[in-house]
Design a protein around this ligand. Structure first.
Ligand code: GLN
Length: 498
């Protein structure tokens, strides 16, 4: 055992990668250390599946590549994947009973790129998979309470939600059960849990990261992204995750992968930060506002200028999203019929009854609600009134951002109106939907957005600040976040008891 071993979990991805590359620590002992931490903190409910033999075999392979000089850029650094990504060697359930125990024959592109590579021939970053992380069923939710496999506790306060739908990812990173995790963001599911758990996460421009092997929720919105403790770590993972994948995902952008770490230290003098009036209105809790305001002051010290802007259709993003996302979900989820894969009801009378029983028993309430809303808004007679209108407003929301980006380089504001609420605190699904107000506009426009910790609010719960950039400006966003993290230490705060 090396000297580092006792506090391996306190190292960032960047630090761990260096310790592994210089052979101060082996991939095997790193994996063993994190697996032990996962077992010790199982009460959080973050992991849905671990397969220690698979993880340790990957770690041994990483050590071999480190020894032979064929290592990837993050060789041997552990990662855990949101259970939306299909992952060989682990169950892939999307948080649904419908896919209980499902074993995928292939890896999602993002999983392969972060791991041993798409070809399996050491062409990936070389990260070692610790397991699969809890999430809302098919990523539908804001509190991780729609998972068929139980709640996740927020490591800062076990009576509160970690956020959702990537709640397991955020909780695992915050509790240092993994140095980094993947998440997916359809309407805020990377940014909001990152904010609630005091970690950093980025959702790239729609199309930057391949959706191949991501269980589909709303295909025109779904994007993968990393969650870690620092912007630098997110930059390392995002650089490995992104890149064209046109053969497998027709919406993958034909933009070469980029090294997002190169510009992390660019200075911010003269940076114009747009402050949307609509993000700072009545609905914003004063504790969240205070932390975000203090962060904006810090940016002024770093040489940035604050510019008032307007995103006038912010409120409309809620009805628009909750028409478009369920519409796409109702179509995507039709594949779960008891025939092709996953769960099939035990008792049924004929084929139709088999479909009915399977879907009635396999899906949870929120998923059924979305399928019903989705089929309704797509049905003859309502399509024009709802779906088409929503698509038109979606375009206007995207145009509003382009107007705003004439005045500013990045946009800053809160991620969510409040800090993490109590588990079970929202009995009405509408309360969850309304809390998505600040993340939905960027999602509908397909823009990159991130969340990073900027302080604490009520009951010492973390507050995140959102940064939204124009298309393909991930490097700039990560730079803006990194410089803040160089000047402050909110991202180093650690929940008690972990
Ligand atoms: N909370 C939103 C929803 O329930 C967003 C989910 C997501 O981004 N996956 O749809």
């Amino acid at each position: 055992m090396t000297q580092l071993s006792s506090d391996l979990h306190d190292l960032t991805v960047a630090q761990l990668a260096k310790a592994l590359a210089t052979r101060q620590v082996s991939a095997l002992e790193t994996a063993q250390h994190f697996l032990a931490r996962g077992r010790a903190h199982s009460e959080l409910g973050a992991f849905l599946d671990t397969q220690e033999d698979v993880t340790l075999a990957q770690a041994r392979a990483a050590d071999a590549r480190l020894a032979s000089g064929t290592a990837g850029v993050l060789e041997g650094v552990p990662v855990a994947h949101k259970d939306i990504f299909v992952t060989r060697g682990f169950a892939s359930t999307a948080g649904s009973k419908m896919l209980k125990g499902y074993q995928s024959p292939f890896d999602a592109t993002v999983v392969a790129r972060l791991g041993a590579g798409v070809t399996g021939a050491a062409s990936g970053a070389g990260m070692v998979t610790l397991g699969k992380l809890n999430c809302d069923e098919f990523a539908m939710g804001s509190a991780n309470e729609n998972s068929a496999y139980g709640r996740v506790k927020n490591p800062w306060d076990g009576t509160r939600t970690p956020g959702g739908s990537s709640g397991g990812s955020a909780a695992a990173v915050a509790a240092r059960l993994t140095p980094a995790a993947t998440g997916t963001d359809t309407g805020g599911s990377i940014r909001q849990p990152a904010s609630f758990c005091g970690v950093t996460g980025i959702k790239p421009t729609y199309g930057r990261a391949s959706r191949y092997g991501m269980v589909a929720f709303a295909s025109s919105l779904d994007q993968a992204g990393p969650m870690a403790r620092t912007a630098q770590d997110c930059a390392l993972l995002l650089s490995a995750m992104c890149g064209p994948d046109a053969d497998r995902d027709s919406t993958s952008l034909d933009v070469p992968s980029e090294d997002f770490t190169h510009t992390l230290n660019d200075d911010l003098v003269g940076l114009r930060i747009g402050i949307p009036a609509e993000f700072f209105g009545e609905g914003l809790a004063p504790d969240v506002r205070a932390a975000v305001d203090a962060a904006l002051k810090e940016y002024e010290k770093l040489g940035a200028k604050l510019v008032p802007i307007s995103l006038p259709r912010t409120e409309l993003s809620i009805p628009v999203y909750y028409i478009i996302a369920p519409a796409e979900a109702s179509s995507n989820l039709s594949r779960f019929d008891g025939v092709k894969f996953g769960f099939r009801a035990e008792h049924y009378t004929d084929l139709n009854d088999m479909y009915l029983q399977t879907r009635a028993q396999g899906f949870g309430d929120e998923v059924k609600r979305r399928i019903m809303i989705g089929t309704y808004v797509l049905s003859h007679g309502y399509y024009d009134a709802y779906y088409l209108q929503a698509q038109k407003i979606r375009r206007m929301i995207a145009d509003d951002f382009q107007q705003a980006f004439k005045l500013c380089d990045v946009i800053a504001g809160p991620v969510a109106p409040t800090v993490a609420w109590k588990l079970g605190g929202h009995s009405d699904p509408l309360a969850d939907y309304l809390a998505d107000i600040f993340t939905l506009p960027g999602s509908l426009a397909g823009l990159p957005g991130m969340s990073m910790p900027v302080g604490f609010g009520a009951e010492h719960m973390p507050v995140g600040m959102q940064l939204i950039g124009n298309y393909l400006s991930e490097a700039r966003l990560l730079n803006v976040a990194h410089r803040f993290q160089q000047a402050t230490d909110w991202h180093t705060a650690k929940p008690q008891g972990v």
